[in-house]
Design a protein around this ligand. Structure first.
Ligand code: CU
Length: 180
């Protein structure tokens, strides 16, 4: 009786879709597997972050960081009653500008670009322009209010660079930078 209550309760809490949707999804093994990445993203997301970029990451080692030559744009990293978000989420900058992300509340936050969303040929230089990455195109986790992370967009192709916060991707914390 007690055991049954716990199993049903946790499956509904962690994976509400499974409870409301198809009966077959109630299998506890499936529920645990699908729920785990989102629920524990802050510890396990590093390994799963940008898919399919192993080869490009190796090539990234050949690029040297290029410092910004233009303006620095500020983006806040927030998590409060209104949700987890980058503010502003979408910005347009010029080649050679930099973007500086600042933790306002709700850390840990980070900045991780989808390798398959950025312009062709951008990956090696972008990787080189990202300090202290914890994975391909993935910044370290910023733990403290007022912590900043700055990326130069010098030497990278024009186009749109989509990114997300690894711990809060499941909560919709995403943004984009369009380089003109
Ligand atoms: Cu975040």
């Amino acid at each position: 009786m007690i055991w049954r209550t716990i199993v049903v309760g946790s499956a509904c809490t962690i994976a509400m879709m499974a409870c409301g949707g198809e009966p077959k999804a109630a299998d506890t093994g499936m529920a645990a597997t699908s729920a785990a990445p989102a629920a524990t993203a802050d510890t396990s997301a590093t390994a799963m972050a940008p898919a399919g970029s192993t080869g490009a990451a190796a090539a990234a080692g050949s690029a040297a960081a290029k410092p910004a030559t233009g303006k620095t744009w500020d983006v806040k990293m927030q998590g409060d009653a209104q949700g987890y978000r980058f503010d502003p989420a979408n910005i347009t900058i010029k080649a050679g500008d930099a973007v500086r992300w600042t933790v306002v509340d709700g850390p840990p936050h980070n900045v991780a670009f989808w390798a398959d969303s950025i312009p062709k040929g951008a990956e090696a230089q972008l990787q080189a322009n990202m300090p202290n990455t914890m994975g391909p195109l993935s910044s370290p986790l910023e733990m403290n209010p007022n912590a900043t992370y700055t990326v130069s967009f010098a030497g990278v192709p024009a186009g749109t660079y989509k990114y997300y916060c690894t711990p809060h991707l499941a909560m919709g914390m995403k943004g984009s930078i369009t380089v003109q």
